[in-house]
Write a protein that binds this ligand. Structure first.
Ligand code: CP3
Length: 353
C-alpha cells in the first residue's frame, strides 16, 4: 500500500477530517499555461499530446510545478473512447472535437464494440503509470472518463452541437437504438476506468457535460441510470486504498438528490448552484466538488479572494468539500490568478476545519 504525502483530496471525498479544503482545477493543464502551449507545439497538436505518454506526463505535471494543487488529473480527453471504437477523432482548429465517421446508420451502431483498454487505449493506461511515477506519491492522481450519454452526443452529432438535434431525435424516435449505444458506452467506460485504477489512478471522475441538456425524465433514463451502472461496476479498492468516484453532470443542480443516491462519493457542481443549499440537500451522503464561476479568474486578485471566501462560507464548516471551478478553466485566464485562487483556498479554508 502506498502512502500519499498529501491525501486531503481522498479524505475530503470520503468526508474524513482535513486541515484545510483541497483544491484542483478542471482542465488545470491547458492553453492558459505558456509551457503547455510550448509542449503542444512540439507534439504537433492536442491529440499528439494525448497519445504520447511522455508528453501527457509532462503537461500533467506543469500546473503542479506552478501551484500548490492537491491533485493531478491525467492529461487526456473524454473522446478517447469513441476514437478507440474507430470513429476517427480529430480537432479542426478553432472548431473543437470532430469525428470522421459519426454514427449515422443503424448498421454502424450495431457494429459498435467495447474497446479493450489494454490494446486500443494503451497510451492512456501507460500515461497513468508514468504520471504516478512522476508524482512520487506527493498528491493523488485522478483518472476520468466521459459519461455514456455525453460520449453518445459527440458520437451521434459528430462534434459539438448547439441543440443536440440528432441525438434527441434518436432519443424520442428510436429509444432502443440509443439504449444500445449507451449500453456499449457504459461497458467501455467501466473497463476503461478500471484499467486506469489498476494502472494507478487513485480517484476517478465521470464528466457528464451534456446530461443537463436533457428533460427530467430523459435525464434519469438516458444518463443517470447508466452513471449508476458504472459506479456499481467500478473497482472499489486498489493497492489497499479506497478509490473514490466523482460524478459531474453540468446543469444537474435540479437532480442533486438523485445523483447523490447512485453510490458515488462526490458530486460535482457547476456555478449555478449555491453550494450551501446543495449541502443541505445531500451533504450527509456525498462530498461536493466545485463551484467557482471560471469567469471569476478574469477579475483581479482581491476580487478572486472575495469570491473564494463566498464559496467557502456557503459550504460552511467541516470536511466534504473539494474546491474547484464550476467548469473547465478558460484559455484566457491569467496564470497568476490561479496561484491567487489556490493560495486563497488553502489560507481561508483553515478556519472552516
Ligand atoms: O482537467 C484536466 O486538466 C484534464 C484534461 C481534460 C481535457 N479534456 C483536456 C483538453 C479533461 C478532463 C477533458 C474532458 C473533456 N473533453 C470534456 C468534459 C469536460 C468538459 O469540459 O465539459 C469534454 C466535453 C471534452 C471534449 C473536448 N476536448 C472539448 C469540448 C475540447 C475543447 C475544444 C476547443 O477547441 O476548445 C477538447 C480539447 C481539450 N481537451 C483541450 C484540453 C486541454 C484543449 C485542446 C488544445 O490544446 O487545443
Amino acid at each position: 500500500m502506498t502512502k500519499l504525502k498529501n491525501d486531503t483530496l481522498i479524505r475530503a471525498l470520503l468526508r474524513q477530517p482535513t486541515p484545510y479544503t483541497p483544491v484542483w482545477v478542471m482542465r488545470q493543464a491547458g492553453r492558459y499555461l505558456p509551457e503547455y502551449n510550448q509542449t503542444r507545439a512540439r507534439a504537433g497538436n492536442f491529440l499528439g499530446l494525448c497519445k504520447n505518454p511522455d508528453y501527457a506526463t509532462e503537461v500533467t505535471m506543469q500546473p503542479l510545478a506552478r501551484y500548490a494543487l492537491d491533485a493531478a488529473i491525467v492529461f487526456s480527453d473524454i473522446l478517447t473512447i469513441p476514437d478507440a471504437m474507430g470513429l476517427g477523432l480529430y480537432f479542426a482548429d478553432g472548431e473543437g472535437p470532430k469525428f470522421e465517421r459519426p454514427l449515422r446508420e443503424e448498421w454502424e451502431i450495431r457494429n459498435l464494440r467495447v474497446p479493450d483498454p489494454s490494446v486500443h487505449l494503451r497510451y492512456v493506461i501507460d500515461a497513468v503509470s508514468q504520471i504516478r511515477r512522476a508524482l512520487a506519491d506527493e498528491v493523488p492522481l485522478i483518472g476520468f472518463s466521459g459519461s455514456p450519454f455525453t460520449l453518445a452526443c459527440y458520437m451521434i452529432e459528430g462534434g459539438a452541437s448547439a441543440d443536440f438535434r440528432l441525438v434527441k431525435t434518436m432519443l424520442y424516435q428510436q429509444p432502443a437504438l440509443l439504449h444500445h449505444i449507451l449500453d456499449i458506452n457504459s461497458r467501455a467506460v467501466i473497463d476503461y476506468l478500471n484499467a486506469q485504477i489498476e494502472a494507478g489512478a487513485q480517484a476517478v471522475m465521470i464528466f457528464d457535460t451534456w446530461g443537463g441538456a436533457l428533460a427530467d425524465a430523459a435525464y434519469r433514463e438516458f444518463s443517470l441510470a447508466y452513471l449508476q451502472r458504472i459506479i456499481a461496476g467500478l473497482k472499489r479498492e486498489h493497492d489497499g486504498a479506497i478509490i473514490p468516484s466523482i460524478v459531474f453532470t453540468k446543469g444537474g443542480g435540479l437532480w442533486l438528490e438523485d445523483i447523490a443516491a447512485i453510490g458515488c462519493d462526490g458530486v460535482g457542481l457547476d456555478w449555478t448552484v449555491n453550494i450551501g443549499a446543495a449541502r443541505r440537500r445531500v451533504g450527509d451522503r456525498v462530498a461536493l466538488q466545485g463551484n467557482l464561476d471560471p469567469a471569476v479568474l478574469f477579475a483581479e486578485p482581491a476580487i478572486i479572494r472575495g469570491q473564494v471566501q463566498q464559496v467557502l462560507d456557503a459550504y460552511g464548516h467541516g470536511s466534504g468539500h473539494i474546491f474547484n471551478l464550476g467548469h473547465g478553466i478558460s484559455q484566457f485566464t491569467p496564470p497568476e490568478h490561479v496561484a491567487t485562487l489556490v493560495d486563497a483556498v488553502h489560507e481561508l479554508s483553515r478556519a472552516h476545519h
